[in-house]
Design a protein around this ligand. Structure first.
Ligand code: HBI
Ligand code: FE
Length: 287
């Protein structure tokens, strides 16, 4: 931590925390982990992930021969929505993260998990970031949402409101569900990159599935180390983008006077898609 309270980038990283991907340095074993994860998810997701995600997966041809070369996928991604993927060593400070998003750059972890970590890891790796987040960035509406989120994040930081915005990110970008005529579909990266949660989020009777509402989401805590107890459903990606047009200043003022909503609660004002049994949470998490 330097004098002005800013985190300095680690050795070898540039001032914006980006590093070279050095794609040709990945080992065959690392590419094999990607292929194993990719094949498992791509067999599971048709009928579960939303169409924009599946279209993005195809457009970027992420399977090829293992961990994607960012330079290659950026040609197509930039053509589609102006976004690019940049390599970073891992989690970056909030202000750095938002600055990248506000400029249509998605910071992707450079490393890939170990074969023994296939199902859970603490920090987002290249599979979570590139398989989970990047396909949705090929959708013009979601691409606009992610940039608006970055701009909102920079404002929230200066207003001391990051915690509210982090909840919005968590319940949309990471764990969001989309309403479609064929039923609920996944768009959240934290779900699509997880085999178990891609099943749990849609099929399990335990969690609540409630209609998305900006203020409700910002009043709802979340937990980072287990399946979600509540998922929020947007009627369309356009509705999600439209939510960023709200007057966040007034919303933050209103939120300041509101208590958090207990994570397992259903409010009378909630639009209920499924009222969960919360059995999973009561059972104390991963059985
Ligand atoms: N850094 N590389 C990376 N990836 C993230 O998803 C990320 C981050 N830094 C901060 C952060 N996410 C969160 O604080 C925001 O989602 C709110
Ligand atoms: Fe993520």
């Amino acid at each position: 931590m330097s004098a002005d309270g800013h985190n300095l980038p680690p050795p070898g990283a540039r001032a914006d925390w980006t590093i070279d991907q050095n794609w040709d340095r990945y080992t065959a074993a690392e590419h094999q982990v990607w292929i194993k994860l990719y094949e498992r998810q791509s067999a599971l997701l048709p009928g579960r992930a939303c169409d924009p995600f599946l279209r993005g997966l195809d457009a970027l041809d992420l399977h090829r021969a293992g961990i994607p070369d960012f330079a290659r996928i950026n040609e197509e991604l930039q053509r589609l929505t102006g976004w690019t993927v940049v390599a970073v060593p891992g989690l970056v400070p909030d202000d750095v993260f938002f600055e990248h998003l506000a400029n249509r750059r998605f910071p992707a972890g450079h490393f890939i998990r170990k074969p023994e970590e296939l199902d859970y890891l603490q920090e987002p790796d290249v599979f979570h970031d590139v398989f989970g987040h990047v396909p949705m960035l090929t959708d013009p509406t979601f691409a606009d949402y992610m940039q608006a989120y970055g701009e909102g994040g920079l404002r929230a930081l200066h207003l001391g409101q990051l915690h509210n915005l982090a909840r919005l990110y968590w319940y949309t970008v990471e764990f969001g569900l989309l309403q479609t005529p064929a039923g609920l579909r996944i768009y959240g990266a934290g779900i699509v990159s997880s085999h178990a949660e891609s099943i749990f989020a849609l099929d399990d009777p335990s969690p609540n599935r409630l209609g998305f509402d900006l203020g409700r989401v910002m009043r709802t805590p979340y937990r980072i180390d287990d399946f979600q107890q509540v998922y929020f459903v947007v009627p369309s990606l356009q509705a999600l983008l439209d939510a960023t047009l709200a007057d966040f200043g007034a919303l933050y003022a209103w939120l300041g006077a509101q208590p958090d909503v207990p994570i397992d609660a259903v409010l009378p004002s909630d639009q209920v898609f499924t009222r969960g049994t919360q059995a999973y949470a009561k059972a104390g998490g991963r059985g």
